[in-house]
Design a protein. Sequence first.
Length: 288
Amino acid sequence: MFAVDSYGARVDYQRVRKLLLLLPVAIVACRSIVDPPLPDEAEPFAPPPVYARWWAMTESCSGLTGSLANVSFYTVRGSTTLMLEGKQVIGYWSAGTNRIVIAEGAMLGGGYVRHEMLHALKQKAGHPRADFLDKCGGFVTCAPDCVAEGGPPPPVDANTPHVTAASLDLTMEIGPASPSVSTEGGVFSVILSAKNPADHTVAVTLSGKQGSASAFGYKITGANGALSGGVVALDPAVTVFAAGETKKQVFDFVIWRLGSGGDFPPGTYTVTGSYDIRGVSRTIVLSP
């Protein structure tokens, strides 16, 4: 699907989504103290309507509050990555002027945008585990370098029972509840919640190959298209659930519209969310 998006650049959304999944290293850089020089051809942009919802989501998971209006946003038209200090990145936050610079191909990549929003809320660089993996894990993208910086999770008690994902309760929410092109530009989220119903800690054994197994995943199918994917369990803590604990994962998509790009054209789709072998499905209508 190759089109001109609402910001004026030609973006292949399917290729961009694959690129974001295949570039896990050095894709999110966050700077502080002094703004680095803006990339060549960088220009400011007004945050699209969905940024208000993503900002609220980041406030909610982090427990922090701040003003989205105080953050300035820049992009390079037609880009899928940027160069920062010799590294290929998707985006970064810098404290000098409280700005977020994001590749155009990732402007509607919720996990990456919310990652930088979390920095803007914290007003700090760095990726402490408590913020990026514990509180906001599943809401913000945390690539291998981010996971490594967060440090190892607390050790799991040797007596913790190991279970399969079938032991979890899995629910799914769609936001907005009735996705349409006229609402937030057609951006919508599939939010999965996996809960441990037991009154004790459990460790979930994933069915996939260690190091490449996905915990949360999705599959969306309909007469007008299909898309599937998942998040590799880079952080071992994603498989350990305290008594009654719920872990969440947000996947973001865009409804295709005339003269623009997106993941799906309007229509009726079946959405299946999963945590390893545990799945839940529902039907949604994507409206023009």
